[in-house]
Design a protein around this ligand. Structure first.
Ligand SMILES: C[S@@+](CC[C@H](N)C(=O)[O-])C[C@H]1O[C@@H](n2cnc3c(N)ncnc32)[C@H](O)[C@@H]1O
Length: 359
């Protein structure tokens, strides 16, 4: 049993299912619409044309079909839409036609029914590889790192956040070679652990995977890396691995490129599909502001108040205003509602919070 839904500018036939799970025939999760929105905005914001794109684990084909419909005209030279499941391939073909895309007559669209690693390793490489798996991306990282082109973009989703965020520390150690920590910062810690793991795989092949946009949302984490080739670049990436508050090792460098974060937000504001999507705009706005501040970790105002026995928790925006007046950077963080990203020293922040209470 199937039904037709809309996502972005496209229509899609998907299986009717009581629950979103691996068992639904062909997988489709509407919550991941935002993951796909951001992929489109990011690729449209980058100065890249004629890309060879690999949608490695395509399921219903939703991502590729949206790329074909929503990426700017000159972006795609070739797009491979792959899944090892035959049911997926049938649905991908149906969904292409549903959206008036006639893949048989269009040489740039190639549908493949291969194991992902076989597909990657038997290819000459790609400018964009999207890994969107069930759970961990681990099985696909080695081949993807080998086949990502110079200056190419590697996009990775991980949905095994309970390991990365510290519910299962042994699993994290085994799969991501690092110690997580379950506390207010766990989503940022987990994302940084994931980034470092992928960078280590890249470094083996003298590829420096530099995060240009990364985030944690709902049940998943997502990172876009630019592959800057070369031994020195790879060494420089590894130099930024280390510990933070006894979790790690993890990536201690930037999570977002500031210019790109601004450009993604601004193109969402201008885009007729995205400009009325408040959730997306709000999320991108927070990241745009967050990307201006270079810090590992953030402050949690309610944690500080409880630790220092401050009874009245001040409003986050008031504190942000005060920090900025003192000349420090400050913003919300997408990682946590009560969080505050700032480069202000903790003691100065505590004073601000205490003074605020006294007014
Ligand atoms: C989470 S779904 C992908 C969702 C899709 N990217 C989207 O945006 O809706 C994962 C897909 O990977 C496929 N898959 C899993 N392991 C694979 C492998 N080794 N090779 C090829 N496809 C694989 C599954 O059949 C499934 O359709």
């Amino acid at each position: 049993m199937h039904r037709i839904i809309n996502e972005g500018s496209i229509q899609l036939k998907i299986p009717k299912a009581e629950k979103i799970s691996k068992e639904m025939g062909v997988f489709y999760n509407p919550i991941m619409g935002l993951n796909r929105d951001i992929s489109i905005l990011l690729l449209n914001s980058l100065n890249k044309k004629n890309m060879q794109i690999c949608d490695l684990l395509a399921a219903s084909g939703v991502r590729s079909i949206r790329f074909l419909k929503e990426l700017n005209k000159n972006k795609i030279k070739k797009i491979i839409i792959n899944d090892y499941d035959k049911k997926s391939i049938r649905l991908i073909k149906y969904n292409l036609k549903l959206n008036d895309i006639h893949s048989k007559n269009d040489k740039k669209i190639i549908i493949r029914n291969k194991d992902a690693n076989f597909l990657l390793l038997s290819s000459a490489g790609f400018d964009y590889i999207d890994i969107d798996p069930f759970g961990t991306p681990n099985p696909f990282l080695d081949a993807a790192c080998k086949r990502i082109a110079r200056n190419g973009i590697l996009a990775v989703t991980a949905t095994d956040t309970s390991a990365l965020c510290g519910t299962f520390p042994k699993v994290c150690l085994r799969k991501y070679w690092a110690i997580p920590k379950k506390n207010a910062l766990m989503h940022e810690t987990g994302l940084r652990i994931l980034i470092r793991k992928i960078q280590l795989i890249g470094a083996q092949y003298e590829k420096a995977l530099v995060p240009i946009f990364s985030y944690s949302k709902e049940h998943y984490m997502r990172v876009f890396f630019r592959n800057e080739k070369g031994k020195n670049n790879a060494d420089n990436v590894i130099r930024l691995h280390g510990f933070f508050n006894d979790a790690g090792p993890m990536w201690l460098g930037k999570l977002f490129d500031k210019k790109l974060s601004r450009s993604i937000y601004e193109s969402a504001l201008r885009n007729k599909i995205f400009k009325s999507n408040k959730e997306l705009l709000n999320f991108l706005h927070i990241i745009k502001e967050e990307s201006k501040i270079n810090s590992v970790g953030f402050y949690d105002i309610s944690d500080i108040c409880s630790k220092y026995k401050i009874k009245i928790i001040p409003k986050k925006f008031k504190i942000i205003e005060k920090i900025r007046k003192l000349g420090y950077g400050a913003s919300e963080t997408h990682f946590k509602g009560e969080g505050l990203r700032s480069n202000i020293p903790i003691n100065t922040l505590i004073n601000i919070i205490k003074q605020h209470k006294n007014k």
